[in-house]
Unconditional design. Structure first.
Length: 134
């Protein structure tokens, strides 16, 4: 029996598409990461002292009971003065991804629908002013 290459290619394509639907897409979503190039966040309030002062108040209102007053926490995973040391240039991405997805397995809430982007970036402007030297 003769197998036509076009048919083989079509069969492979169909099989691959089904695999992508069944395995590829869900796992891609599950493993979406903060350092994914598709996620690129920028704080428009960077260096804005007024926003940073407002952000300190918001931080102490919404985040301090877990992350410590003024972001000073004795527990390294919760100490948000370590963001720059941990993530360097990727710090804004990690921040934005984490606050908009949470880390449910670790007790970090997802703030989507509770705090808007403007509020979150205002908090981030404050956090930028308290980063420890690497
Ligand atoms: C109910 C407690 C709780 C509250 C409230 C909370 N967080 Fe968190 N957050 C955590 C915990 C616990 C972690 C550490 C998760 C881990 O170990 O990976 C964390 C991690 C983070 C991280 C990632 C830190 C890193 O080094 O990777 C960021 C950014 C963050 N929180 C921002 C915030 C902001 C901003 C707020 C306020 C809007 C907030 N969190 C409120 C519990 C909380």
């Amino acid at each position: 029996m003769q197998v036509r290459p076009a048919k083989v290619a079509a069969a492979i394509f169909a099989g691959a598409s089904m695999l992508a639907v069944f395995f590829g897409l869900p796992s891609a979503a599950r493993y979406a990461r903060a350092d994914d190039p598709a996620v690129s966040a920028k704080n428009s309030y960077e260096g804005d002292a007024g926003q940073a002062a407002t952000g300190r108040g918001l931080f102490n209102q919404y985040c301090a009971h877990c992350h410590g007053p003024n972001a000073v926490s004795p527990d390294p995973p919760r100490d948000l003065r370590r963001l720059k040391r941990s993530y360097g240039e990727n710090m804004a991405n990690v921040f934005h991804f984490t606050v908009t997805h949470g880390r449910p397995d670790k007790g970090m809430p997802n703030w989507t629908g509770r705090l808007d982007d403007e509020t979150l970036w205002t908090i981030f402007a404050f956090l930028q002013t308290v980063q420890a030297e690497p």
